[in-house]
Design a binder for this molecule. Structure first.
Ligand code: PLP
Length: 477
């Protein structure tokens, strides 16, 4: 029997706080607010005590799946453990206010400054902006930087190349920034098809947006050659850095010829993720683009940090204040706690874990590209589909065993794709449990397909109508 999803906890007269009596004349307050904005009735808010609120949220979190509960192998999203010390640091500075004067914000500004320096060291870039609130907003900023570069140089360009394996936000960002997008094919090895790529390069090409390692979890072997070809037509190289978890301390985008990269702090750098944000997608650039970054930028002048606005060629501000501070300080804590050696270990373990899972599963499900992978790999459930069970149904069945599903149906070039990313957070025992469950599911496809077709069976909510939920979003209480 399914439990009722939400119990009404509001009881008239219950309260979680006690507010002191008003100690100024009521009418004096009211005079400041125009009559038409005054409330005639109190707002309708839930009436609950503090323990009731806590129980409500704990109950909701138990009904949901999250990384504190069990494995969350959602490929490309890097659902790694979020260390609790990140929250400790963030709460220490939570009371700071963006309108505080700079003289009282030196600690906050020093975090911004140092985080930018750390991200520069990790990527080899020359400057960073921390403003973008997500990887996708970072992409838009990156393409706007490309536009600025070409405009100021008088370059007449209108096209950006994108591989067919790209994440959907890439073409969306290109279109939003006013460029045409031209798709480049993947080779049988799962990398950029060089012949197709070369055939599409011409003077109209403003740049190339590439995810590396790509969305199949494969490192782009020809990256230096690709960068040289793009630079030869004065194009710019943009790295979608969502997969940076595979390269920390190992390889730097700037050394591969990239001019711009975003990083998803909520992926690689362990800040909370999902549920709609907030996220953070800083953008790093090489020297030739630094002047165009959004302003203000933090600078260190005579031992004092301050926000500098005087960048006449800046593309302008892209976020209120200076980015999602609560997220930035968590990522900064993570980087500072691990240090260079710790970050290198992150990527080494992430890669080892992914290869372990891949080798254990490739006899059970078809492997889309049978090569050593980086931090993730893609299986195809095409053979299972031919037996009546598709990737979606396998994903739903996993929920019955307390695992989140892998990413499904992406990248688009793999039929019935299941993209698996264990991250470095998982130990061998957890991965072995997952392997056993995947094997059991593969057996069930043969012996009891109906069990999969009707899954999940053990979750508080069965199958939701995702299209309806997307089109008719209702986020109200
Ligand atoms: C997650 C992701 C993005 C978009 O990043 P958001 O922070 O979710 O906006 C872009 N590209 C790839 C490959 C991704 O995995």
């Amino acid at each position: 029997m399914k439990t009722k999803l939400i119990v009404e906890r509001s009881i008239s007269g219950h309260m979680g706080t006690s507010v002191p009596d008003l100690d100024v004349p009521e009418r004096a307050v009211n005079k400041l607010i125009p009559e038409k904005y005054l409330r005639s009735t109190p707002p309708s808010l839930p009436e609950v005590s503090e323990p009731e609120v806590v129980r409500h949220y704990v109950e909701l979190s138990n009904k949901n799946h999250h990384v504190d509960k069990d494995l969350y192998p959602l490929g490309s999203c890097t659902m790694k453990y979020n260390p609790k010390i990140n929250d400790w640091t963030a709460s220490a500075l939570a009371e700071s206010h963006p309108y505080q004067p700079e003289s009282l914000s030196q600690g906050v500004l020093s975090v911004y400054y140092d985080l930018e320096q750390q991200l520069c060291a990790i990527t080899g870039m020359q400057a960073f902006t921390l403003q973008p609130a997500a990887g996708s907003q970072g992409e838009l900023v990156g393409v706007l930087l490309m536009r600025k570069y070409h405009e100021l140089k008088g370059n007449d360009k209108d096209t950006i190349l994108i591989p067919d394996a790209a994440h959907g936000t890439n073409p969306a960002s290109v279109a939003m920034a006013g460029y045409k997008m031209l798709e480049v094919k993947s080779s049988p090895k799962g990398l950029v098809d060089l012949d197709d790529f070369q055939a599409k390069i011409n003077d109209r090409v403003a740049g190339f947006m590439l995810t590396n390692p790509n969305t199949l979890g494969l490192f782009e072997e020809n990256i230096s050659k690709i960068s040289a070809l793009i630079h030869a037509v004065d194009g710019l190289m943009y790295m979608d850095g969502a997969n940076m978890n595979a390269m920390l301390g190992i390889a730097r985008p700037a050394d591969m010829g990239f001019d711009i990269t975003h990083l998803n702090l909520h992926k690689t750098f362990s800040t909370p993720h999902g549920g709609g944000g907030p996220g953070s997608g800083p953008i790093g650039v090489t020297e030739k683009l630094a002047e165009y970054l959004p302003r203000p930028r933090v600078e260190l002048l005579d031992g004092n940090y301050h926000l500098k606005y005087d960048y006449p060629d800046s593309i302008g501000r892209v976020h209120g204040f200076y980015g999602n501070f609560g997220i930035l300080i968590r990522a900064w804590t993570y980087i500072r706690m691990l240090g260079p050696d710790g970050l290198l270990d992150v990527s080494k373990v992430a890669i080892t874990n992914a290869n372990y899972l891949m080798h254990k599963l490739k006899d059970v499900f078809e492997l889309a590209y049978d090569r050593t992978c980086m931090h993730e790999f893609v299986l195809s459930a095409q053979a299972q589909k031919e037996q009546g069970v598709n990737a979606l149904q396998i994903a739903k069945r996993l929920l019955d065993f307390g695992f989140h599903s892998p990413t499904m149906y992406f990248p688009l070039i793999v039929k019935e794709a299941l993209m698996i990313e264990p991250t470095e957070s998982e130990n061998k025992e957890t991965m072995d449990r997952f392997i056993d469950v995947m094997k059991q599911i593969a057996e069930e496809v043969k012996t009891n397909p109906e069990l999969l077709q009707t899954a999940p069976h053990n979750t508080p909510v069965g199958r939701v109508d995702e299209t309806h939920a997307n089109r008719n979003l209702n986020v109200h209480w």
